[in-house]
Design a protein around this ligand. Structure first.
Ligand SMILES: [Zn+2]
Length: 278
């Protein structure tokens, strides 16, 4: 699933292609894609200009004239493609935004069909619970705020990092990578982490996400940016998807374990679980 670095990359590649363009029509090919907002509200966007493209958590927000916004969640396999209208469309295209130049269009492609679209009137954050309920952005929050979130939760650190209501945008890949970088076992209770470990994890979170954005995200299967390019950060993964391979630091085989229903990759030696003191 595209996480913060992938959706950020999509927003950055999409913005220069579409901002300032005027919508000539929206073709909703797969009706269930539109989860919030009516077909009529979608049609009413015809004639309005696209004003901005930005990311919040793992969602992509396109603001339009007239205080309307389109919010996409890419879920498993959602992709955007800015294409020439003359290019052939494949059967996985779920929505097309046509522009008034008649030559280009924005296509939303989604093989698995888990992605969804919200068509909102008004400020997106207040107009929908999916956005309003998100936790802070990991690259915008300070160490004190991060420490307070961890201190308040007795759940496992891996689960807290994945919980979008606590911190927005982190998914399975980057949670595993930042925990390895900070040498913290994924099952450690968040509230039990001591100050040095919290400081390390905060630094690792910022560093991993920043490097992943610079590498234009990680492509494991489906992810492409809006120009159709793959990311490169998968080459820098130290633990994610590397089960059985030697740890880059100590050579111990990377282990995989289900934690909270999600696969967690970690080095059993570098990320030792601290035994609880009596
Ligand atoms: Zn190791």
């Amino acid at each position: 699933m595209p996480e913060l670095p992938e959706v950020e990359t999509i927003a950055r590649t999409l913005a220069p292609a579409v901002i300032g363009r005027t919508i000539a029509g929206i073709e909703l090919i797969y009706r269930p894609l539109l989860r919030t907002g009516s077909r009529r509200r979608l049609d009413a966007l015809t004639g309005s200009r696209l004003l901005s493209v930005r990311r919040r958590g793992k969602m992509l927000l396109i603001s339009c004239e007239g205080g309307r916004a389109l919010v996409f969640h890419l879920k498993m396999t959602g992709q955007f493609l800015f294409a020439k209208s003359s290019e052939p469309r494949d059967k996985h295209i779920r929505l097309i935004i046509r522009f008034d130049d008649g030559r280009n269009e924005l296509r939303f492609r989604d093989v698995r069909k888990f992605g969804f679209l919200l068509c909102l009137a008004g400020e997106p954050e207040s107009a929908c619970a999916e956005l309003g309920g998100l936790g802070p952005e990991p690259l915008e929050m300070g160490l004190a705020e991060f420490a307070a979130i961890l201190k308040a939760h007795r759940g496992r650190i891996k689960s807290i990092l994945l919980d979008q209501r606590r911190i927005a945008g982190i998914g399975n890949i980057y949670a595993d990578e930042m925990l390895f970088d900070a040498r913290i076992h994924p099952q450690t209770p968040a509230s039990s982490l001591r100050t040095p470990a919290v400081d390390r994890l905060y630094g690792s979170m910022r560093q991993i996400l920043t490097l992943a954005i610079a590498g234009k995200g990680s492509t494991l299967r489906d992810y492409r940016d809006a120009e159709g390019n793959e990311g490169s950060f998968q080459e820098s993964h130290k633990v994610y998807g590397r089960t059985g391979e030697p740890c880059a630091t100590c050579g111990t085989p990377i282990r995989m374990k289900r934690i909270g229903g999600r696969s967690s990759h970690y080095c059993p030696r570098c990320q030792r679980q601290k035994t609880r003191r009596a």
